[in-house]
Design a protein around this ligand. Structure first.
Ligand code: NDP
Length: 236
């Protein structure tokens, strides 16, 4: 395998941390971001606030120094939820989720693209959600932000595919992390009943799909949406 220089946003905990640890185990050189930049055992961390263009720029510059070269594989994983029913959702609840999940990802892929074009190589992997295609009550903001990522990946594929760059989306279902721990028990039980696998997923199972997309073997896959959801979103 080819060892790549990788940046994982939001790689200090949850799914992002599992992705980072898996890619390190695969033999890649990995830097993760968190908002604080606080140390994480066994991982190289840089601070990044993805709602701030200057912070994204500084994080890529810091990552380049740590990796001794430009980022070749970007895993845009950082994201938030602010769930509430449509009729109660404030402008702030909508726009802050879109600004983080969609615009924040845009800031990262835009910053990553120029060095990738120069290198004629790049792998961009965006963390969407089953909810982006399936919809979810109480998650209008989140679903809108996550379906928008598919538009980014597919437009990048058409715009930059000839430069050796692939852009794909991974759409996890219900994965056990801090984000899902805060859901009401009733919602969790309803999800579990609807999942054909009849269980929640683990962050490592998402990381396995990312490991493949970052590998040499995935060179001809681009513009794809890969579900890791126990069958929940089947057909969407
Ligand atoms: P967590 O809530 O456990 O972690 C979220 C991560 O995003 C943290 O590292 C956090 O950094 C970072 N982050 C949040 N806001 C910002 C910001 N403004 N700037 C920079 N970093 C930010 O989430 P998960 O691990 O559960 O989810 C990871 C991704 O997977 C998300 O995009 C989520 O939408 C998606 N996903 C999750 C599913 C699940 O079931 N858990 C299902 C489908 C998709 P910090 O620690 O500094 O706050």
């Amino acid at each position: 395998m080819t060892s790549r220089r990788v940046l994982v946003t939001g790689g200090n905990r949850g799914i992002g941390e599992a992705i980072a640890r898996r890619l390190v185990a695969d033999g890649h050189r990995v830097v993760v971001t968190s908002r604080s930049g606080d140390p994480v055992e066994g991982l190289d961390v840089v601070a990044c606030e993805i709602t701030d263009t200057a912070s994204v720029d500084a994080a890529f510059t810091a990552a380049k120094e740590k990796l001794e070269g430009d980022v070749e594989v970007l895993v845009a994983n950082a994201g938030i939820t602010k769930d509430t029913l449509l009729m109660r959702m404030t402008d702030e609840e909508f726009s802050s989720v879109v600004d983080t999940n969609l615009h924040g990802t845009f800031r990262c892929v835009r910053r990553a693209a120029t060095p990738m074009v120069k290198a004629r190589f790049g792998r961009v992997i965006l963390l969407s959600s089953v909810v982006g295609l399936y919809g979810s009550p109480g998650q209008t903001n989140y679903a809108a932000s996550k379906s928008g990522l598919i538009g980014i990946a597919r437009s990048m594929t058409r715009e930059l595919g000839a430069r050796g760059i692939t852009a794909n989306v991974v759409a996890p279902g219900f994965i056990e992390t801090d984000m899902t721990a805060e859901l009401p028990d009733k919602t969790k039980a309803e999800y579990q009943a609807a999942i054909p696998a009849r269980r929640y997923g683990q962050a490592d199972e998402v990381a396995a799909a990312i490991s493949f997309l970052a590998s040499d073997e995935a060179s001809y896959i681009s513009g794809a949406v890969i579900p890791v959801d126990g069958g929940l979103g089947m057909g969407h």
